[in-house]
Write a protein that binds this ligand. Structure first.
Ligand code: PLP
Length: 367
């Protein structure tokens, strides 16, 4: 045997390594006797991440995906042409565009309704419902139990899907309120460091789990091992990160409500106990006459970065009209009540008093 062949086949003996944490299985392939076969189907890091999230949200199954959007796309594979799809008016801009395009292209009927002030007498036959709660934008709350019970009474096969990203697996468990599927953009709170993308679908229904898991395999939507390893690592600190962010958010909301430059501050409803606590992402409406000064305002901020990131360890500011909802037409945005004077803040792990000082000096700079 040549040294080239020998060198290729040499392996360190790991049988006594006993690592304290699960190592990274940066593999596409596994030996034939392995439980893992091929990383497009499954991988130890992906499976550990899925298990850790499903424990937090108290579901039976977890299916990790490359991004939040691929988690949403995967649920669309449950639909057939001719079926009726109901989507809440207030959803992330790309989600709205995905549903619009998908339903148009594959011959499904798309109904867009405001589910936050929905009444049971408005119930109708639909095959699939999709909403976020709290919603992006505006943080409106939707009663998951009421929606699920009402629509399933009319169509027991109706699939209720909740985008639980902004609630987090710790503070809201949609499947305990009769939703069929909960999903997350793991890129946000779960990652928490603006350095990795991912998504996860959670369910208690084994038929849905089987369909989604095989569809993930065939479409190649599985999370990659390194991202799974990073996301699992982030989960160790999710609880303490969002607890601090939750405390900071309450202080900052109180502060923002005292500012004369602000017309309205949005914070979600925690009264119905569906959402047990809340952290980090809030919206505010700036007085209209100050909107032209927004550029000067955010340029004066030292601790808030701009951009697409959110729910991470550093604070951020964004304008949904030109950011998260940029893919929607102006009239679609305005129909949902989204105008250029609405801004989103995401609070990181900085000292809340430093964030207050930074915002104060930026508000003073535009007076
Ligand atoms: C509520 C919500 N769902 C899904 C997504 C999409 O997630 P990703 O960017 O990981 O694809 C986002 C992105 O901002 C979001 O805010």
């Amino acid at each position: 045997m040549t040294n080239t062949t020998k060198s290729i086949h040499t392996r360190v003996d790991i049988s006594n390594a006993h690592p304290a944490m699960t190592p990274l299985f940066q593999n596409s392939a596994f030996e034939s006797e392995s439980d893992f076969f091929y990383s497009r189907k499954n991988n130890p890091n992906v499976e550990e991440f899925e298990t850790a999230v499903k424990i937090l949200e108290r579901t039976k199954f977890g299916i990790a995906t490359t991004t939040g959007m691929s988690a949403i796309s995967l649920t669309l594979s449950l639909l057939k042409p001719g079926q009726k799809v109901l989507v809440n008016t207030f959803v992330y801009g790309c989600t709205y565009k995905l549903f619009q395009w998908y339903c148009n292209h594959y011959g499904l009927e798309l109904i867009v309704k405001n589910l936050s002030d929905w009444k049971p007498e408005l119930v109708e036959f639909v095959d699939f419902i999709f909403f976020e709660t709290p919603t992006n934008p505006f943080l409106y709350s939707i009663d998951i139990q009421l929606i699920s019970d009402s629509f399933k009474e009319v169509n027991p096969n109706c699939v209720v899907v909740v985008d639980n990203t902004w609630a987090t697996p710790l503070y809201q468990s949609p499947c305990e309120h009769n939703a069929d599927i909960s999903l997350h953009s793991a890129t946000k709170y779960i990652s928490g460091h603006s350095d990795v993308m991912g998504g996860i679908i959670l369910t208690n229904n084994s038929t849905l789990e089987n369909k989604l898991r095989s569809q993930r395999f065939y479409t190649g939507a599985n999370l990659d091992p390194h991202s799974a390893w990073l996301l699992r690592r982030s989960l160790y600190t999710l609880d303490i990160r969002i607890q601090k962010q939750s405390d900071t958010t309450l202080k900052l909301v109180k502060f923002l409500e005292t500012r004369s430059e602000i017309k309205k501050v949005y914070y979600p409803n925690l009264k119905n106990k569906q959402l047990t606590q809340y952290a980090t992402l809030i919206f505010f409406d700036l007085e209209e006459d100050l909107v032209p000064k927004y550029h000067a305002f955010h340029s004066s901020l030292k601790l808030f970065s701009t951009g697409t990131g959110m729910a991470c360890i550093t604070s951020m500011i964004a304008q949904p009209y030109t950011g998260s909802h940029a893919s929607m037409d102006d009239c679609e945005k305005e129909k949902m009540g989204l105008f250029p004077n609405t801004f989103r803040l995401s609070f990181g792990l900085e000292d809340p008093e430093d964030l207050i000082s930074d915002l104060t000096q930026a508000f003073e700079s535009i007076q």
